[in-house]
Design a protein around this ligand. Structure first.
Ligand SMILES: Nc1nc2c(c(=O)[nH]1)N[C@H]1C(S)=C(S)[C@@H](COP(=O)(O)O)O[C@H]1N2
Ligand SMILES: [Mo]
Length: 331
């Protein structure tokens, strides 16, 4: 996979036309970081679902709550959910199919209502063990009642200060801290309390728990990227543990197959439910040829990623992300 190594700027030509200008990533004065910003703009946020995004009309949309509940309530309108106490929180979302997070990971500010406030309103029967979400595209997934009652589990209706975009689940999606995207359903149309449920992806062999594993991703350089011998180059990326190991304490980079490690600077962070962004200034050697870049994180609980990954409690740690690049003569 080739990564983007150029940034686009616009300049006004002599004739007054806006021309695209490409700058090389390795130019010393214009380091290109990937990710570039702590918050991923909505238009850059990855999009993933089983079919096409569903376009729902807020006026006609209703959210039904049924199953093992004490009180029957009329289906909720979007206004009803917006009238509940709201929380605004920064969260990183990541796909289980890309656990390192090279492409399918993004971070946003989300606003919504706590799921538990809604569940307390309807009253949950003792036999209920899971909360099932049915979505307008036919997707369905369940989460344990305990996770549903977590104060950080929200029914989100805003993303980065805007109504939730259609691609990200308009009008309402779940944000379920600590869990991969599969457990963050979009276009929710009904919620059921049940004893058990086999979800869409579980039927197809995916992990029913879907806890996010600790991982560090190298954004720059990209695979096969050409790096100028003797230059300074900013290696950059993100690291995320979804709070399972107390958050990220330190990120390190190695360019000698893990023999020695250099500490990167964490230049942006929020709570452990958001990624940390890091960068490391590399004095690129004069010798030309292939180079392999490794990155690893150490958590606040004291766990450091190793080469192949570690099955530690409470959730796993992935191995290093490695990127093959090339040191070349300047052109
Ligand atoms: N309704 C619905 N919700 C869904 C999915 C889906 O296919 N349908 N896919 C899930 C998966 S696998 C991921 S990774 C996230 C992606 O969320 P995003 O498109 O907002 O980035 O949505 C989750 N929620
Ligand atoms: Mo996913």
């Amino acid at each position: 996979m080739k990564r983007r190594t150029f940034i686009k700027l616009s300049v006004i030509s002599a004739a007054g036309m806006v021309l695209p200008l490409q700058l090389e990533a390795q130019a010393d004065d214009v380091p290109v970081l990937k990710p570039r910003t702590l918050i991923t703009p909505n238009e850059d946020f990855y999009i993933l679902q089983i079919k096409e995004p569903v376009v729902l009309d807020a006026a006609n949309w209703r959210l039904g709550i049924s199953g093992l509940v004490e009180n029957r309530i009329a289906p909720l309108r979007l206004e009803d959910i917006k009238a509940m106490e709201s929380v605004e929180t920064m969260r990183t979302l990541k796909c289980i199919g890309d656990p390192i997070g090279t492409e399918q990971m993004g971070n946003a500010m989300w606003k919504g209502a706590r799921l538990r406030d809604l569940l307390q309103k309807v009253g949950v029967k003792d036999e209920a063990k899971v909360v099932v979400f049915q979505c307008a595209d036919g997707y369905h997934t369940a989460i344990p009642l305990e996770d549903a009652m977590h104060e950080g589990t929200i029914l989100a209706y805003e993303m980065n200060g805007k109504p939730l975009p259609t691609d990200h689940g308009f009008p309402v999606r779940l944000l379920n801290p600590g869990h991969y995207g599969t457990k963050n359903p979009k276009w929710i149309v009904s919620i059921q309390l049940a004893k058990e449920h086999e979800s869409y992806w579980e039927k197809r062999g995916w992990d029913p728990v879907a806890n996010v594993k600790l991982a560090t991703v190298i954004g720059t350089p990209g695979t096969e990227e050409e790096i100028i011998a003797g230059s300074t180059y900013i290696v950059s990326g993100a690291a995320f543990d979804a709070g399972h190991h107390g958050g990220i304490n330190k990120v390190e980079v190695s360019i000698d197959y893990g023999e020695t490690w250099e500490e990167a600077e964490i230049w942006a962070k929020d709570t452990p439910l958001a990624w940390v962004l890091w960068k490391w200034k590399w004095q690129v050697p004069k010798r030309k040829g292939p180079v392999e870049i490794y990155a690893r994180a150490t958590t606040n609980s004291g766990i450091t990623q190793d080469e192949i990954g570690i099955p530690v409690e409470p959730v796993e740690v992935l191995g290093y992300h490695t990127v093959d690049a090339r040191i070349v003569e300047s052109k």
